[in-house]
Design a protein around this ligand. Structure first.
Ligand SMILES: Cc1ncc(COP(=O)(O)O)c(C=O)c1O
Length: 390
């Protein structure tokens, strides 16, 4: 979507909540766009289910903070944000998790955290280890800088295979531990994770572990815990978080790492500074300070949509992994490229292929209304494929 400076300022002005939240701030469809798809147009009736976003965007507190962040006459965007926001955001994040500001590193999305950690802890001789498939950012960057990558297939329930990972990661520079895991949506339980991480730290003292908790706000298991306390206890553990998912702020690009102060110092040495705009900082602070019911409501909304969409596929005999996220991973039983193209022709964008799972589709969850429309399209596409196979 092209957005001129004038129309942006106008959009941020009086009564612009709708314009901001629907297309610009939540940036729906932008993740897929990065991976080679053309972006959906802002006013299209297409249903964008190809990037894992909160389809409703951020709450009013965030939108208000952006309007206020412009300052009188829009003057604040003319200032570098560091002086105004660096300390307050670190303090706000630290306060939320009961850690110190020196345990926090903020990035332009958690993407920047993933890239920095890959830069610092991997090399040709210190490989990156992760599951196959998993979120590709670290492996993609490792390839750019010439670091070796080892990929460990998932187990039969599409969960990370902890036994094989333990052995593969012996002597590695960094293990990327994405839990819940994108694109497969599954989660390793807290007790298995704790047990595995403590074994891993003993078994391979030279390995750092990046625990990616991008989807933690969508987990329903009441016993699920963050690994932040472990990161506080062991400098080799880093937890990455983002405002792009349940907070609905993918277009604002704010994420962060929580780790031991020494580890944050190590990462900071390679971290590009001034990568986040003042408006995004202001929005992120407001997001943390807003009523916790925002995230609880978003989790509850997503859970209903997830159940509805999971039922749709399971009733038709399609395997769906046990999702703890805002997307599903479905065996559509036909080549993913064909399924994707047929859905796109009918106005629904679904996820890109995730090799080597060529008949599986990642379907991000939209609103209930969108999923009611989208499942009609899925029924049509899958029905036609069945007919032609018969
Ligand atoms: C597991 C995981 N980690 C990190 C990211 C990066 O998100 P962002 O840079 O928007 O914080 C994504 C994006 O989809 C993701 O799925």
């Amino acid at each position: 979507m092209a957005l001129s400076r004038r129309s942006f300022v106008k959009a941020v002005g009086v009564g612009a909540g709708g314009a901001l939240s629907s297309s610009f701030i939540s940036a729906r469809g932008r993740e897929a766009w990065r991976w080679g798809e053309e972006p959906p147009s802002a006013d299209s009736s297409e249903i964008p289910l190809s990037s894992n976003e909160n389809p409703l965007g951020p709450g009013d507190a965030v939108l208000d903070a952006i309007r206020k962040g412009l300052g009188p006459e829009g003057a604040l965007p003319g200032r570098y944000p560091g002086d105004y926001y660096r300390d307050p955001i670190a303090e706000a994040i630290a306060g939320k998790f009961g850690v110190q500001p020196e345990n926090v590193l903020v990035g332009a999305g958690s993407t920047q955290i993933l890239v920095t950690a890959t830069q610092v802890y991997t090399s040709k001789d210190s490989p990156l280890v992760g599951s196959l498939p998993t979120y590709e950012e670290c492996a993609g960057y490792a390839a750019v800088i010439g670091s070796r990558v080892k990929a460990v297939p998932l187990d039969s329930r599409y969960k990370m295979d902890l036994g094989r990972t333990l052995h593969a990661a012996k002597g590695a520079g960094m293990l990327f531990y994405c839990n819940p895991n994108n694109p497969v949506a599954t989660m390793v339980s807290t007790s298995d994770t704790k047990n595995f991480l403590s074994r891993m730290l003993k078994y391979s003292p030279e390995t750092h572990i990046l625990v990616d908790e991008a989807y933690i706000d969508y987990v329903n298991d009441p016993g699920h815990e963050t690994m932040i306390p472990l990161a506080m206890a062991d400098p080799r553990v880093i937890v990455a978080r983002t405002f792009s998912k349940a907070y609905g702020m993918a277009g604002l690009r704010v994420g962060y790492a929580i780790a031991h102060a020494d580890t944050i110092k190590e990462l900071s040495a390679w971290h590009m500074g001034n990568s986040i705009s003042g408006l995004s900082f202001a929005a992120a602070i407001a997001a943390i300070e807003q009523d916790s019911s925002f995230i609880e409501n978003e989790r509850a909304r997503n859970t209903k949509v997830r159940e509805f969409t999971t039922d749709f596929f399971r009733k038709r005999g399609h395997g769906v992994t046990d999702s703890q996220t805002n997307f599903l991973f479905v065996d559509v039983g036909m080549p993913i490229e064909e399924f994707r193209e047929a859905c796109k022709k009918r106005g629904v964008r679904v996820g890109r292929p995730f090799p080597p799972l060529w008949t599986h589709c990642r379907i991000s969850l939209g609103t209930m209304q969108e999923m009611q429309r989208a499942t009609k399209v899925f029924a049509e596409v899958l029905g036609a494929a069945r007919k032609s196979a018969a």
